[in-house]
Design a protein around this ligand. Structure first.
Ligand SMILES: Cc1cc2nc3c(=O)[nH]c(=O)nc-3n(C[C@H](O)[C@H](O)[C@H](O)COP(=O)(O)O)c2cc1C
Length: 199
């Protein structure tokens, strides 16, 4: 079984519905470790050595967060800038991350139709998250299709229950290497590609 690290980041957790529920759904799964980055680093003083050790000791890394202003929350960006340093994440002699899998699990207030490239959001989803994908691929991570929740602010109880089930299904499947990853399109949300197998 592969080990999974969920790097969770929500700038306003007390207001969260979707991410807090997904985190709850993931908690307690065997071989899945959950870290709340805003709880660990409320003042943005990231322990780089500790974070690098966490990366080293897990096979699959998931960044789970809401999208704020078309990007990941500031602490996640800060984390990228400080933790993915030369000599550890890239550059000569840096092979530790090579082949580890990484996934973005992001929630959006916008609908799926808002991220197809038409105004007012003229940048489609795959392009919007491409700087994150590029960063991860530069560090030799194996980029997984993202887990995406659209229209997150209007998720009712039944959609939340289904989202939780799909998230758990995907985490367990990744952990147990149960999916044929080569058959998945890296640009299309993983939960859109695998949902049918849950129902
Ligand atoms: C400051 C701020 C910026 C936001 N920016 C975006 C955005 O760029 N695109 C989008 O689709 N939703 C945006 N949203 C909506 C959030 O993504 C949405 O509320 C969140 O994913 C819901 O998850 P939660 O229940 O865990 O908070 C924004 C919300 C806030 C508060």
């Amino acid at each position: 079984m592969a080990s999974i690290l969920i790097q969770f980041a929500h700038p306003a957790l007390q207001k969260s519905r979707v991410n807090s529920a997904l985190l709850e759904a993931a908690s307690g799964l065997d071989k899945v470790t959950v870290c709340d980055l805003y709880e660990l680093y409320p003042n943005f003083l990231i322990d780089v050595e500790l974070e690098q050790a966490k990366l080293s000791s897990h096979d699959i890394i998931i960044f789970q967060c809401p999208m704020y202003w078309y990007s990941v929350p500031a602490l996640v960006k800060e984390w990228f800038e400080l933790v993915l340093e030369r000599g550890f994440a890239y550059g000569e002699g840096a092979h530790l991350l090579t082949g580890k899998k990484v996934m973005l699990a992001a929630s959006f207030g916008g609908m799926e139709a808002d991220y197809l490239g038409d105004p007012p959001n003229v940048i489609p989803l795959d392009q919007l998250i491409s700087p994150i994908r590029q960063t991860m691929q530069f560090c030799k991570f194996n980029w997984l299709p993202p887990f995406v929740t659209f229209d997150a602010d209007r998720a009712d109880a039944s959609r939340m229950t289904s989202l939780d089930a799909v998230y758990r299904y995907i985490l367990v499947g990744l952990r147990d290497n149960a999916f044929g990853m080569d058959a998945l399109n890296p640009l299309v949300p993983i939960n859109h590609q695998l949902t049918l197998q849950v129902n």
